[in-house]
Design a protein around this ligand. Structure first.
Ligand code: GLN
Length: 321
C-alpha cells in the first residue's frame, strides 16, 4: 500500500475530529437554505498545480451565497478599473454584520464589497455595463474558475427574491444616495441569482486554487482573472472576507478567505493551495462553525499563516506536494 499523503492524512484527521462539533445552526432567513442537511461536512484542497485532496461530502451542491462576492468584485475591477470602482465602494472593514444597513460617513459609499451593501453596489455596476447579459457574463467567468459549467438553484433564488426585504431595502438606500443606478431591482435580481449559483466543496477548492494560481485554472490552463485583480480580490478577502470575524480570522488563520451563509468557506494560500470546507451549521456571525475550526487548525499545523515566523507554510507545502 502506498503511504498516505500528508495533506490527505491532515484533512481526514480534521474531518474525524470536527464531525462531532454540532455548534451553530443552519441559516433559515432564506427559507430554502433551511433544507440543508446539517450533518454534511466536506473538506477539499486543490493545489496550484491541480492535485486534489478531499474527504467527506465534497460532491453535494450548495449555493455560493457571499462567496460570489470576491469574484464579482474582480469582474468589476476588470470592467471599470480600480479608480472607478473605488468611487462606488470602499475597501475598509466595517466590523459589522454582513447585512448591516450602513454607509461610510461623508462619501456614502459602502465600506467594502464583501458585505451586502458593497456587493449589491458591485453587481449594480456590472449591470450598468452589461444589462440583461450581466448574469450570463458572471456565470461564465465563475464556471471558468471552477472548470465546469455551473448552474443556478432556482428554488434558492426564488426563495431569496421573495423574502430578501432587507437586501431590497439596501438596494433602495443605495439608490437614494445615488450609489446605484435606476434599475436597482434588476441589479438585485442578478445579486440574488449570483448568490444561488451551485457549487460543490470540490468546485470551491478549485475556484480557490484558480485564485492561488494567479487567476489561472490549474487544470484547464484558462486565465480566468488577470493578476492585478486577483491581488485585489485576495487583499479584500484578507481584510473583509469573514464579515465581523475578519480581524480574528486574519490573526488566527492569516490567509485570504470568504464564507457564505449556506455553509461554505473558501481560503487561498497564495501560489500554493485552494482550501474549501462545507458544513452548513453557522456561528452567530454567519460563518460555518466547523469550517472555522478546520481552517484554524490546518493553518496552525501546516504553517499557512502569511506572517508565520518560520514561513513554514510555503516551504512545507513545496516539500510535501
Ligand atoms: N444571499 C445572502 C444575503 O444577501 C448572502 C449572505 C451571505 O452569504 N453572508 O443575505
Amino acid at each position: 500500500m502506498t503511504e498516505q499523503h500528508e495533506l490527505q492524512a491532515a484533512i481526514e484527521g480534521l474531518h474525524l475530529r470536527y464531525q462531532s462539533l454540532t455548534d451553530g445552526s443552519v441559516a433559515t432567513y432564506i427559507p430554502e437554505l433551511g433544507k440543508a442537511d446539517p450533518e454534511d461536512f466536506g473538506i477539499s484542497i486543490v493545489t496550484a498545480e491541480g492535485r486534489v485532496f478531499e474527504t467527506g461530502e465534497c460532491r453535494r451542491p450548495f449555493t455560493l451565497q457571499s462567496i460570489s462576492k470576491p469574484f464579482t468584485f474582480g469582474l468589476a475591477l476588470e470592467a471599470f478599473g480600480d479608480e472607478r470602482v473605488a468611487r462606488h465602494v470602499g475597501v475598509e472593514p466595517s466590523g459589522d454584520a454582513f447585512n448591516a444597513i450602513e454607509l461610510q460617513d461623508g462619501t456614502n459609499r459602502p465600506y467594502n464589497p464583501m458585505i451586502n451593501t458593497g456587493a449589491i453596489t458591485v453587481t449594480a455596476l456590472l449591470h450598468a455595463r452589461y444589462g440583461d447579459e450581466t448574469f450570463d457574463h458572471l456565470l461564465d467567468r465563475l464556471s471558468a474558475a471552477a472548470g465546469r459549467p455551473l448552474e443556478v438553484d432556482e428554488a434558492v433564488f426564488e426563495s431569496e427574491r421573495r423574502t430578501g426585504h432587507r437586501n431590497r431595502a439596501i438596494a433602495h438606500l443605495l439608490l437614494n444616495f445615488g450609489v446605484v443606478h435606476e434599475e436597482a431591482e434588476r441589479a438585485l435580481d442578478v445579486y440574488f441569482r449570483q448568490c444561488a449559483i451551485l457549487v460543490t466543496c470540490s468546485d470551491l477548492a478549485t475556484m480557490a486554487a484558480t485564485l492561488a494560481n494567479m487567476g489561472r485554472h490549474p487544470l484547464t490552463g484558462t486565465q480566468v482573472f488577470d493578476v492585478t485583480s486577483v491581488k485585489h480580490m485576495l487583499a479584500i478577502m484578507f481584510t473583509c472576507g469573514m464579515y465581523d470575524y475578519s480581524g480574528e480570522w486574519a490573526y488566527r488563520v492569516g490567509v485570504p478567505a470568504k464564507s457564505g451563509v449556506s455553509g461554505g468557506v473558501m481560503a487561498v494560500v497564495n501560489r500554493q493551495i485552494g482550501i474549501a470546507t462545507y458544513s452548513p451549521r453557522l456561528d452567530t456571525r454567519g460563518n460555518s462553525a466547523r469550517g472555522i475550526e478546520v481552517c484554524v487548525e490546518l493553518a496552525a499545523r501546516l504553517g499557512l499563516h502569511a506572517f508565520d515566523c518560520l514561513n513554514f507554510g510555503s516551504s512545507f507545502l513545496k516539500v510535501v506536494l
